[in-house]
Design a protein around this ligand. Structure first.
Ligand SMILES: Nc1nc2c(ncn2[C@@H]2O[C@H](COP(=O)(O)OP(=O)(O)OP(=O)(O)O)[C@@H](O)[C@H]2O)c(=O)[nH]1
Length: 364
């Protein structure tokens, strides 16, 4: 009887000790003194990036700004022509002056002659010299030679797994790096995912400049750590990374088109294109030309066109030029459309070109 009681006491003691142990190990963790600082764990990510990025201005309607920029300049194609055609009598002397003005505005001799003879004929046939009507005729005839039907769309997308590849070429100082930066903003405004490649390795600061443009809108730049690295290898690396990411629509490459001589340029750009195309086809080659350089710009354009297959022209600094005729002359000479125009130094001063918008900006 005594033995049974002792056994029961031991069992009871065992249950109590086991219960106490369980209670100790299963207790809730205590909050630190003063509570938690925030609901975020220490290893949680900080605010998602993006809050301090620039929001590029909408792209549609940017060409309208050309009108206000030109209003400040001595716009030959617009103000100059309209003044001549508003004279009381439009005789042969006036037509000669019109043609001279067109030539001075860099329109080129072929287009200038065509425009004058088309206008002359209409004024004769329609039998009117009323300035408002002549202005309307000028608008229509100028539009025809600027080319309202040219395909000015940018080929930014690749096929299948490949991103689109845009090469931006042109001599130094024309506004090439700035254009790549502005165009990156245009693409971001249109919800494209892109990557930049800093293949302008001649000027040490060019890669920094490009990286700054990109980082303002959350776009990464592939660059080399070494000054003077092989531009083709930087371009290749950018395309490779763009492909590997899987979500990149377009890789845009800024090149250094030093125009010491044609053979050197051909070597450099030819190599970039060859090497890049081992990874993905180039979808767009944009030649950047400074509108204020006139004939010099034309000569550069021809050299580049002989070296690479240009698919579009970007005409920069149109805001500072009284000679918008270069748009027509370059298209005529190269058979390639002007796709974008630079309208100033502001980050969103790059506009898709359209013929009617351009003519309206000139003549209003
Ligand atoms: N007014 C005006 N200035 C422009 C325009 N586009 C570029 N610029 C200016 O032109 C200058 C040269 O631009 P960059 O982009 O450095 O020229 P770049 O051709 O890239 O020169 P590298 O990088 O040496 O090849 C800068 O001061 C730009 O702000 C434009 O459309 N209008």
């Amino acid at each position: 009887m005594n033995d049974t009681l002792t056994l029961l006491l031991y069992i009871l003691l065992g249950v109590v000790v086991l219960g106490a142990l369980l209670a100790f190990f299963l207790r809730k963790p205590k909050a630190p003194k003063g509570g938690y600082d925030s609901t975020r764990d220490a290893n949680d990510q900080a605010e998602a990036p993006g809050s301090d990025l620039d929001r590029p201005a909408p792209v549609a309607g940017r060409l309208v700004r050309l009108r206000e920029r030109l209003a400040r300049s001595n716009n030959l194609l617009g103000k100059g022509l309209l003044a001549l055609l508003s004279r009381d009598k439009i005789d042969q002397d006036v037509w000669d002056e019109v043609e001279e003005t067109l030539l001075m505005a860099d329109l080129g001799s072929g287009p200038s002659e065509r425009l004058v003879s088309a206008l002359q004929q209409r004024v004769r046939v329609e039998g009117t010299e009323d300035p408002a009507k002549v202005k309307q005729m000028l608008n229509e005839e100028l539009l025809k030679i600027v080319g309202p039907d040219m395909d000015r769309s940018l080929k930014l997308d690749g096929e299948g797994e490949n991103p689109g590849v845009v090469l931006v070429v042109g001599v130094n100082g024309v506004g090439k790096t700035t254009t790549v930066g502005k165009l990156a903003r245009v693409m971001v405004a249109e919800d494209k995912k892109l990557l930049l490649g800093a293949a302008d390795t001649f000027r040490a600061a060019a890669a920094d400049q490009l990286e700054t443009w990109g980082s303002r809108v959350g776009v990464e730049t592939v660059r080399s750590d070494k000054d003077g690295a092989d531009p083709a290898s930087v371009a290749f690396e950018a395309i490779k990374q763009g492909k590997a990411r899987g979500d990149i629509d377009t890789v845009m490459i800024d090149t250094a088109g030093r125009l010491q001589n044609k053979a050197g340029l051909m070597d450099q750009l030819g190599k970039i294109k060859r090497v890049v195309e081992k990874e993905a086809p180039v979808t767009e080659v944009l030649l950047v030309i400074d509108a204020t350089t006139g004939q010099n710009g034309m000569i550069q354009a021809k050299v580049f066109a002989e070296v690479v297959n240009i698919t579009g022209i970007v005409l920069t600094k149109l805001d500072g030029s009284a000679k918008g005729g270069i748009v027509v002359a370059i298209q005529e000479e190269l058979g390639v459309p002007v796709k974008l125009v630079g309208l100033g130094e502001g980050p969103d001063d790059l506009a898709p070109f359209d013929a009617q918008g351009f003519v309206d900006a000139l003549l209003d």
